[in-house]
Ligand binder design. Structure first.
Ligand SMILES: [Zn+2]
Length: 112
């Protein structure tokens, strides 16, 4: 009937809002790894994934390129990650777990 207003009694703070702000805090650490201890940076990536899964939030697109989605190691360009542009795609190779991820549309010659 009157479901247009999202007025709810109780005044619960939206948990996902909290989760989102923690995401932002963790992303800030991942974006400025030199300002933090390496242990903190590493655990930040793990926390970010955990929080996102628990609250069913997407990982913000700007954070997707900040760490390896497989072993959750923060990327340190020139150290543990290799980035190549290949046929219009960004190919990111994690040197820690040797997983390869491709970003971007790429060409349309997928057929062999
Ligand atoms: Zn990795």
């Amino acid at each position: 009937m009157s479901s247009r207003n999202k007025r709810r009694s109780g005044g619960k703070i939206d948990r996902r809002e909290i989760a989102r702000s923690s995401q932002m805090r963790l992303i800030n650490i991942l974006e400025n790894p030199s300002q933090f201890d390496e242990k903190i940076v590493r655990s930040s990536a793990q926390h970010l994934v955990k929080i996102s899964q628990r609250h069913r939030l997407p990982i913000p697109s700007k954070a997707r390129h900040l760490f390896c989605r497989r072993c959750l190691v923060p990327y340190r360009y020139g150290e543990n990650v290799r980035v190549r542009i290949l046929a219009g795609q960004r190919v990111v190779t994690c040197l820690e777990c040797s997983s390869i991820r491709r970003y971007g549309g790429g060409p349309k010659h997928h057929r062999r």
